[in-house]
Structures are given as structure tokens and as C-alpha cells.
Ligand binder design. Structure first.
Ligand code: NAD
Length: 357
């Protein structure tokens, strides 16, 4: 299987090297059939090729079995006409990666910032909502009729709401069988109402899965107060983006925040966080976010291709990360430990070697 690897900007290259080392370790240990095709994107590509996301890279991603995307410094990109293309948005749109699955869980012995332990997954719609850049067939959904007036188009469709609801109920069926829909239908009655209409259809069809609803603002408070009560949370694009950063930080650190984006044919591993330019090049970044994202990708590939070696490789990575995090002396800096990116990765690879058959 061929995985395209896009290191991205900021801490992206550092955590991508860590994720690749981890994958190479399990590939060797379990004799997996994984090959890695590393391509340049982002600001480095802007300098060498005049665009942050060359068309040839998009083609390679279309052909690949999976993609690993490092964070990208989109805030520093020039306008699209000048080559600034957000690879994350572009891949989600072009490959129709409609579901962004973002788990957050606390670990015994590791400090967390919410009042309760948590083990939840946010299932975020990825192709529309407040993200105006993906809401138009042609042109931008954000526009400025006068210098003093800016508008953006927020789109909610029954189609996108239905397929994200399906992803959430599928996931709940193999977890603790509880879905919470997060919305703001008290204000955005039509759009959020449409989203809820579709989610409720799935709730009706799955009486064996507990279902409830929560307003997004109170959800922000409940994640701090009592995150233990949630299992699978389904929500629209921007609410999911914001709440998942909150949940991950509450679980210990944004550096633990893994995710995959998938559609009916493609899957992309991507950390939940951005390119962290404040710690770029200092060997301080926690690579766990991208390492666990890569594990989620190979788990997705294992299920899709019915390949138990891939799913067990994913389990080995997850249990090895937990084992390394158990000891305060082998934690990363963001978790209060002493280890930088490279030293943590070396420790993790040792544990993977010890766990592998
Ligand atoms: P950020 O997520 O990059 O950083 C927020 C804070 O978390 C920073 O203090 C950072 O040092 C810390 N942090 C993030 N990841 C970490 C890790 N793995 N280990 C340790 N600490 C970590 O958010 P930001 O600073 O608002 O954005 C920086 C850039 O990233 C901007 O250009 C933004 O547009 C871009 N961005 C990209 C993505 C993406 O690629 N999907 C997502 C969000 C933001």
C-alpha cells in the first residue's frame, strides 16, 4: 500500500519524521506492505514551485491508499491567486473527506484539565458549514461588497448532515452506544434545524443507541465540568473544530490530538492542531498527535481491506504510546516531561520493538 506523506509547515516536518519512524518500525516488525511517498507542500513548495499545493501532489493523493498530512501555516499563505492553497481544505474538498473523527481521552496518571476523566470522539462534518471556502461551486463564499461590509455564506445540507450522522452512529455502535448532537438551533433555526432533522432520523432508526442533544455554548462548559458523560459527539464543521481543540487540551494537551478525515474512498491522517510556529525547529513539539493519527489511518485501511495485520499495527502503536506516557520521565515537554520530539520517538520505537511479535 502506498501512503503519500506531506510534512507541511512549522512543526509539521518534525512530527512527520516521528510518525514515519514509528510507521517504519511497525512495518518492519509486522512485515506490513506499506510504502511511503514523501512530497513537498506548504511554504517550501511556494518558494520552489510557486504554489503551496502543486497539482501533481493532489494527483498523487488521489492515487494513494492513504495520506498523512502535517499541519500547514495557512495564516502565512498569500492569496490563492498568488499560490497560497490550503492543502488541508483542498484535500477535504477534492477527495470528499466528509468525516473528521477526533478522539480525546484521558490516561491514568497523566494530568488532565477537565474535572472528570474523558473518553469521547467528536465526529465533525468536514465539507460545508461556517467554512465558506468550501461552500461554492465556483468562487468564494466569502466576499466584500464594500470596504466596510464583509459577508460569508454558511451552508448546511441534508445530504452532508445525513452522512455525518451515519458516521457518528456507526462509530457509537462499536463504542459505548451514545450519540450527542451539538447544535445552535435556538438561533440558527433553519440550518441547524436541518442538521438536527437528519441526525434525528438516525436516532429513530437506532433505538439501541442512546441519543441526546446539547447547545454548543453549554457544551463548551460541560466538556470542562463533566466530559465523562459523552461518548460520540456529532456536530457541524466549525463547532467540531473548536470543541475538539478544547476537548484535547482538557484531556492533557493539544499535542495528543489525533484525527482522521475520511470519505467513501479516501482517508487522511492529520493532527487536530496547527503548525505551532512558536515552537517550530526547537525539538519541543509533541509528535503523538500525528503518530496516533497515522495509527487511526492504518486501522481504517485494515478494516477497509480486511487486513488484521494493519489493525494490530494500529493497536501496537496506541498501546506503546500509552506505555511511554505512563512514566513521567518519558513524557514530552507539553505534558510536563523532559523529552523533546526526537527523544520521545526513540523511546516509543523501543517500546514498539518490545511489544511486537
Ligand atoms: P496551533 O494549533 O498551531 O498552536 C496552538 C498552541 O498549541 C501553540 O502554543 C502551540 O505551540 C501548541 N501546540 C500545537 N501543537 C502542539 C504539539 N504537537 N506539541 C506541543 N504544543 C503544540 O494554533 P495557531 O498558533 O493558532 O496556528 C498556527 C498556524 O497553524 C496558523 O498558520 C494556522 O492557520 C495554522 N493551522 C493549521 C491547521 C492545519 O494544518 N490543519 C489547523 C489549525 C491552524
Amino acid at each position: 500500500m502506498n501512503l503519500v506523506v506531506l510534512p507541511g509547515d512549522g512543526i509539521g516536518p518534525e512530527i512527520t519524521v516521528a510518525a514515519l519512524q514509528t510507521l517504519e518500525r511497525v512495518t518492519q516488525a509486522l512485515s506490513l506492505d506499506l510504502a511511503f511517498d514523501v512530497r513537498q507542500i506548504g511554504l517550501a513548495s511556494l518558494r520552489s514551485a510557486g504554489t503551496t499545493f502543486p497539482p501533481s501532489v493532489l494527483d498523487a493523493c488521489r492515487r494513494a491508499d492513504g495520506i498523512i498530512l502535517g499541519p500547514v501555516s495557512t495564516a502565512d499563505y498569500p492569496a490563492r491567486e498568488e499560490g497560497g492553497i490550503n492543502a488541508s481544505a483542498e484535500l477535504r474538498i477534492q477527495l470528499d473527506l466528509y468525516a473528521n473523527v477526533r478522539p480525546s481521552r484521558t490516561r491514568d496518571g497523566l494530568a488532565h484539565w477537565g474535572r472528570t476523566p474523558m473518553d469521547l470522539v467528536i465526529v465533525r462534518e468536514n465539507t460545508e458549514g461556517f467554512y465558506a471556502d468550501r461552500n461554492m461551486y465556483r468562487g468564494s463564499g466569502e466576499f466584500m461588497p464594500t470596504p466596510d461590509l464583509a459577508l460569508s455564506v454558511r451552508k448546511i445540507s441534508g445530504f452532508a448532515s445525513s452522512r455525518i450522522a451515519r458516521a457518528a452512529f456507526d462509530l457509537a455502535a462499536v463504542r459505548r452506544r451514545h450519540v450527542t448532537a451539538v447544535h445552535k438551533a435556538n438561533v440558527l433555526g433553519m440550518t441547524e434545524g436541518l442538521f438536527l432533522r437528519e441526525v434525528r432520523e438516525f436516532a429513530k432508526a437506532h433505538p439501541d443507541i442512546a441519543y441526546d442533544e446539547q447547545l454548543v455554548d453549554s457544551m463548551a462548559a460541560l466538556l470542562v465540568r463533566d466530559a465523562a458523560r459523552f461518548d460520540v459527539i456529532v456536530t457541524t464543521n466549525m463547532f467540531g473544530d473548536i470543541l475538539s481543540d478544547e476537548a484535547s487540551e482538557l484531556s492533557g494537551s493539544l499535542g495528543l490530538a489525533a484525527s482522521i478525515n475520511f470519505g467513501d474512498r479516501h482517508c487522511m491522517a492529520q493532527a487536530q492542531h496547527g503548525s505551532a510556529p512558536d515552537i517550530q525547529g526547537q525539538n519541543k513539539a509533541n509528535p503523538i498527535s500525528l503518530i496516533l493519527s497515522a495509527a487511526m489511518l492504518i486501522d481504517w485501511l485494515g478494516r477497509r481491506h480486511n487486513d488484521a495485520r494493519l489493525t494490530s499495527a494500529a493497536r501496537i502503536i496506541e498501546t506503546s504510546v500509552d506505555a511511554v506516557l505512563e512514566k513521567p520521565t518519558t513524557r514530552t515537554i507539553d505534558l510536563g516531561g523532559p523529552l523533546g520530539t526526537t527523544a520521545f520517538t526513540t523511546e516509543l520505537c523501543k517500546v514498539i520493538d518490545a511489544c511486537s511479535p
